[in-house]
Design a protein around this ligand. Structure first.
Ligand SMILES: *Cc1c(COP(=O)(O)O)cnc(C)c1O
Length: 373
């Protein structure tokens, strides 16, 4: 049993992918070839924003976005403590200090109601994370940010294709960044990412930053990075976009089946306490792309071991709250408490989840979980 099955997907799009890669190999423009712009146009249309820029990873998407809004040493950036390390790593690289706001235990996302209290005169930006493929309460976050004139960068590395009040993730705030790491809902065959914005000036800044701060050949107006997306990765993503909407639907059907069956067996939704097994809670205004289908149990190690014995692979996203990561904790965070984030980090684990998970395999997983409820 696969945790994520990328081979079946490849078989479905093999002809298109192989032809496209071969095409790039023939014309030889491996860096910033025309396929990159073709993809950017497609992605911008999908998200419903003016500008999309392909970058080299989800991490660089965050870095480029934060450089464009001029995050500097001494600035504070407010974010969620429950995320992949890149969310804070990029701010710290720029010399900023992460300020954590605990999560809502129902969604695993930054609790928007707690945001206003964390804003100080050093706050420079807010970076909500759309965990597991579900967006935060972006209206409240955007309104709170607007009152203080702050930009909002959505870490949409797990949520490309998700919607909030009918609008697409990555197009909900000042800048949206995503990742095309192979196992994300839209993944390439290596590293890749993208940034999205409606702001012409920020788009221009990010375009320059991903190209060593260059404005015109060998004229460097600012400090940038080597943050481009490869032509081959871009063309693979264009091929995958042909089936992406269908794949998102399949993911949602499979997730709904997990949820319906486990609730029938007595599981409860995340954020509640009436069962040992908690399934994802998706807010009514959201659709999730289920980058992960993540559940919670009290004794995670025991449950994961029992599933493993039955041949069912699982994984933990993520086992440590960011303020407890050694590299961050040592920066003076050892005294802070993020009870909901810490509790999630000690009890979540993810089940096999991909568009090609068949009903029989899924039934095996559901049956194996029945005893854990
Ligand atoms: C995957 C991920 C990233 C980093 O993306 P890469 O493409 O691996 O650099 C950043 N933030 C979150 C929430 C992620 O899940």
């Amino acid at each position: 049993m696969d945790f994520i099955d990328l081979k079946t997907q490849y078989q479905r799009i093999q002809k298109s992918v192989d032809e496209r890669i071969s095409n790039v190999l023939q014309h030889g423009q491996y860096i910033m070839g025309p396929e990159v712009q073709e993809l950017e146009k497609k992605l911008a249309d999908h998200v419903g924003v003016k500008h999309c820029l392909g970058v080299s990873s989800g991490t660089d998407a965050l870095l480029v976005a934060m450089m464009a809004i001029d995050i500097k040493p001494g600035d504070e950036v407010i974010t969620s403590p429950f995320s992949f390390f890149a969310t804070v790593e990029t701010m710290v690289l720029l010399g900023a200090r992460p300020v954590f706001v605990d999560i809502d235990p129902a969604t695993y996302n930054l609790d928007a109601k707690l945001l206003a209290a964390a804003i100080t005169d050093k706050t420079k930006a807010i970076v909500p994370v759309s965990m597991y493929g579900q967006c935060s309460d972006m209206d409240i976050i955007n309104q709170t940010a607007a009152q203080h004139n702050l930009p909002v960068i959505e870490d949409g590395a797990q949520s490309f294709g998700a919607t909030y009040k009918g609008r697409q993730s990555c197009g909900l705030s000042t800048i949206g960044g995503t990742s095309f790491f192979p196992s994300k809902p839209l993944g390439c065959y290596g590293d890749g990412g993208a940034v999205f914005t409606d702001d012409d000036e920020l788009a221009r800044a990010m375009d320059e930053i991903r190209l060593h701060g260059q404005r015109g050949r060998y004229n460097h107006e600012r400090i940038g990075i080597n943050g481009r997306m490869d032509t081959i990765q871009a063309t693979i993503l264009t091929a995958k976009m042909e089936i992406f909407v269908d794949e998102v639907e399949l993911r949602q059907q499979i997730a709904q089946r997990y949820t319906d069956e486990l609730i029938k067996l007595g599981a409860c939704y995340a954020g509640r306490d009436d069962a040992n097994l908690k399934v994802p809670h998706i807010n009514a205004e959201n659709t999730s792309v289920y980058a992960q289908y993540t559940v919670q149990v009290t004794d995670r190690e025991k449950t994961m071991k029992r599933l493993k014995e039955k041949g069912i692979p699982t994984a933990v996203h993520y086992p440590k709250s960011l303020h407890k990561q050694p590299a961050i904790a040592s920066m003076g965070y050892s005294e802070i408490n993020m009870p909901h984030s810490e509790s999630a980090a000690s009890s979540v684990f993810s089940l096999p989840m991909h568009p090609y998970l068949d009903a029989n395999t899924q039934d095996t997983i559901i049956q194996a979980l029945a005893v854990e409820i």
